[in-house]
Design a protein. Structure first.
Length: 256
């Protein structure tokens, strides 16, 4: 029990460390829609003020309802954007006991991961695509994984891809996540448009302390790998891919 509590605390500490790394981007992702909300609120205020002023001289004056509605819808859209991000932060930062749970929705996990790193996708002009296997829904009940560990790995991988593409001055920048099914495994692959390193270098990425970032800790991928392994999963590079690709391998539980 003491060892389990220790692992739970280590996992929580690592998530908080990662949130610290993401904090600058998260602040930007919140402040940007807040600025839009402020401008739109001021626009509505001007529309109402203009209407009241005109009404004093013209009883038939009418408020521009279409503009008010459109501006209000923009405010609602931006507040929903902030809400999604805050929900992702809340879900990711909650202390969660080390263990495995039935996987219910891969697309939701990918979406939450994307919200947490959207700043980096925007900053480094990197497009994002998620493609889900059409048969995935039929096997989810056979997959057990700690969802917060899966988000941790995806956040690390997407963020690393964005930074590597920028560091290498890649012109066509994209990150793609897609799912594959085999007889006894679910594979969640993360691929980007970057030129892949040699197989020898790729293996070093999972070693603690190894990094190609100027100010990197070299701990993120190693910790993600260890977290997934506690849930019976694997994190590995795909040397045969044409560009940089890492895959998360999750075992399917035997239902018999």
């Amino acid at each position: 029990m003491q060892e389990k509590n220790k692992k739970t605390q280590e996992a929580h500490d690592e998530k908080l460390r990662m949130l610290g790394e993401l904090s600058g981007g998260i602040v930007h992702e919140i402040s940007s829609p807040l600025s839009s909300i402020t401008l739109n609120a001021e626009k509505i205020e001007c529309l109402i003020s203009d209407f009241k002023e005109e009404k004093q001289f013209n009883d038939s004056a009418e408020v521009d309802c279409e503009s008010v509605i459109n501006t209000t819808q923009s405010i609602i859209k931006e507040t929903e954007r902030i809400g999604h991000l805050l929900n992702s932060i809340n879900h990711f930062s909650k202390p969660q006991e080390v263990g495995v749970f039935p996987l219910s929705d891969v697309s939701r996990i990918v979406e939450e991961s994307k919200y947490l790193v959207n700043y980096f996708l925007t900053k480094y002009n990197t497009s994002f695509l998620y493609q889900e296997n059409e048969n995935l829904v039929n096997i989810l009940k056979s997959v057990e994984i700690n969802p917060s560990f899966l988000i941790h790995a995806l956040v690390n991988l997407i963020k690393n891809s964005c930074e590597a593409l920028d560091r290498n001055n890649q012109k066509n920048r994209w990150v793609r996540i897609f799912t594959l099914l085999s007889e006894n495994e679910l594979i969640i692959a993360v691929q980007d448009s970057g030129i892949k390193d040699s197989e020898e270098i790729q293996k070093k990425y999972f070693e603690p302390g190894f990094t190609k970032k100027p100010n990197g800790s070299g701990l993120g991928l190693n910790f993600s790998k260890n977290l997934l392994e506690t849930s019976g999963g694997k994190l590995e590079f795909v040397p045969s891919a044409e560009t940089t690709m890492v895959r998360i391998v999750l075992n399917l539980r035997n239902e018999q």
